[in-house]
Design a protein around this ligand. Structure first.
Ligand code: ADP
Length: 599
């Protein structure tokens, strides 16, 4: 069933090219079969055949030679064979060239299909998607589908060879061929059991690949932790456990493939010996046709072996197709809807956005309520900070304001326009975002700055760098940034990320714990930058360090999915409640560390 879907998928994605491939394959099979059959007249001339059983082939070749004006001699039959071999070789090369190209094309098609579905999916879908599944689908499973494509092609080739060569063998020596074919069929059916086992192994392999990719990704991100804490052996052990799982799964499936091969190789060899020994008993006095049947079968058995082996390998690889299909399908079903109406086209750029929530609620599909009863009005150009204990719902609240998630109840309004799910994507074109991990992409400074808004010019880039107080990296827009921002300090990377967020004049700037990974000096620079930006862009910041939001026009305290306090920094600091208590603790800690430093 899955194989059928796979073949249909190949057919759909490659279209007429697949048809050309099939035709070429058929031509290769026919010419190769003819090449062997054309040995018959040669053998007849050399006196190895009696010219009865092989009459048709001999007659046909003499007619073919005659039409070319050539005599029926060793030389001209040899010439005919040479031409056939050359045609076979050329056809084979053309077929191989097309097949390899189509294989690469099929992989690329799936990789881009997956990438497109994944980046196009709603945040609520991506949030729950394991990173390993994302990584391994594109980098491991899609290429494995390419390998499966190759096996399908091989299987199709084998089938065509088996058919054409069996037909030729039937014409040359019907009885012997039927006996050998029956034997081959029995061997083929008897090795079927190995196929279902192979499928199970393949599924295990796909699962193991995904979890290994996840584990390796985690460790790659935690290399500093690993080195700093001398936990190399733990890290190595985690990875090695994954390697061992892969080793077991792949060794088993590869061995099963070899078992199928052995059955054919040795079974086939035995059958040919039997034919040679008992051939005369079956009435084969003609050594010529016996030799041809043997020659055809010597080539045919590896093809039958190859067919079984290909089917076996396809079974192992089909779970990759299942995995890619299910990841792609679920991501595609979770894709964002878009509307033709875009309220925030070019003239809006540089204009601070006004936001409002009316009795908004966010609940998970299982009914868990993350936010409830939230009503807020955020003035354009104001700076609003969200604070509260961890797990309170701050990130969920700003995700809601950014249009990353949809409210399950109530509504979001931007510049007075109530947004439905089709307008969220357009709204996000106006957002500058800065998360906890300062993200820098491999490439130049200018590529980093135009990542979000591609059409900005160099003057706008410089203005953004300047607004983000990233003057030290402003000097050369064409300077390169290494992978993940290597070569830049944490503070520099965060200021570059802030400049990217500001480039092109967003209506809303969101800072999600954006300074928590920075040192005090770097954090202060960002805080000063925000102060300078006030009034020009609406700013929403989530922070757990209360002093860093001192400049906010308004502080909103979230706890248990509700707004529990709201007011200016000063008002909240004076009022009893979570804010003042936390401020006292944090001040106390800060004072203590200052006095410890002085001691
Ligand atoms: P904060 O930012 O205040 O630390 P969050 O908004 O990240 O809090 O999360 C609020 C609560 O909701 C947390 O308990 C978090 O685990 C849970 N949560 C948020 N989104 C999801 C989700 N998609 N699936 C399950 N739990 C979620």
């Amino acid at each position: 069933m899955e194989l059928k879907l796979f073949v249909i998928d190949i057919w759909r994605s490659l279209g007429w090219r697949a048809l050309v491939l099939i035709l070429l394959t058929l031509l290769v099979a026919i010419t190769e079969g003819l090449t062997i059959a054309a040995l018959l007249p040669l053998l007849a001339i050399l006196g190895l055949g009696d010219g009865t059983a092989d009459g048709i082939v001999v007659n046909l070749s003499s007619v073919a030679l005659g039409s070319l004006g050539l005599p029926f001699t060793v030389g001209s039959v040899g010439f005919l064979l040479g031409v056939l071999i050359a045609i076979s070789a050329l056809l084979f090369l053309a077929q191989a060239r097309l097949a390899t190209r189509l294989q690469a094309r099929y992989v690329a098609h799936w990789q881009s299909l997956l990438a497109k579905a994944l980046v196009g999916a709603r945040w609520s879908h991506l949030r729950g998607l394991p990173r390993g599944a994302f990584l391994s689908a594109i980098t491991v499973e899609a290429p494995r589908m390419g390998a499966a494509f190759d096996k399908v092609n091989l299987a199709a080739t084998s089938i065509m060879f088996i058919l054409t060569q069996s037909i030729i063998a039937l014409v040359v020596a019907p009885l012997g061929t039927i006996i050998l074919l029956l034997l081959a069929g029995t061997l083929f059916v008897s090795t079927r059991v190995l196929s279902s086992r192979a499928k199970e192994d393949g599924r295990a392999l796909a699962r193991t690949n995904a979890s290994l990719a996840g584990r390796i990704g985690e460790i790659a991100n935690a290399l500093k932790l690993v080195k700093a804490t001398a936990s190399e052996s733990g890290a190595l052990h985690r990875m090695q456990a994954g390697f061992a799982d892969i080793e077991r799964a792949s060794a088993r499936s590869s061995y099963d493939v070899q078992v199928a091969r052995a059955v054919f190789q040795y079974g086939g060899g035995g059958a040919i010996v039997l034919l040679l020994v008992f051939g005369p008993l079956l009435g084969y006095s003609d050594i010529g046709s016996t030799l041809i049947v043997v020659a055809l079968f010597v080539r045919l058995f590896p093809k039958i072996t190859g067919l079984r082996q290909s089917l076996q390998s396809i079974s192992v690889m089909l779970p990759s197709f299942e995995a890619c299909r299910s990841i792609e399908e679920s991501a595609r079903l979770a894709s964002e809807q878009t509307s033709q109406i875009n309220y925030w086209t070019a003239p809006q750029s540089g204009k601070a956005a006004a936001l409002a929530l009316r009795n908004a609620k966010v609940a998970l599909p299982n009914g868990t309520i993350l936010l409830e009863g939230i009503s807020l009005d955020i003035e354009p150009g104001s700076y609003v900070a969200f604070v509260g204990p961890s797990g309170a719902g701050k990130t969920t609240l700003i995700d809601l304001l950014m249009g990353l998630i949809e409210p399950s109840g109530g509504m979001l309004l931007v510049d007075g326009v109530p947004l439905d799910s089709t307008q969220l994507l357009a709204w996000r074109h106006r957002i500058g975002y800065l998360g906890q991990d300062p993200i820098a992409f491999t490439g130049t400074i200018s590529e980093n700055l135009s990542w979000v808004r591609h059409n900005i010019d160099r003057a706008q880039m410089r203005a953004a760098l300047s607004a983000a107080a990233a003057d030290d990296i402003r000097a050369d827009l064409d300077a390169s940034v290494g992978e993940g921002g290597s070569g830049l300090s944490g503070g520099e990377r965060q200021r570059l990320a802030l400049a990217r967020a500001l480039a092109g004049g967003p209506g809303l700037l969101v800072l999600d714990e954006a300074t928590s990974a920075l040192d005090a000096h770097a954090e202060r620079r960002v805080v000063e930058t925000l102060r300078a930006l006030k009034g020009t862009v609406t700013i929403l910041a989530v922070s757990h360090r209360l002093w860093s939001v001192k400049d906010a026009d308004r502080v909103i305290v979230v706890d248990g999915g509700r707004v529990i306090q709201e007011g200016s920094y000063k008002t909240l600091a004076a009022r009893p409640g979570w804010f003042r208590e936390t401020l006292v603790h944090q001040d106390h800690d800060a004072n203590r560390s200052v006095s410890e430093e002085q001691d």
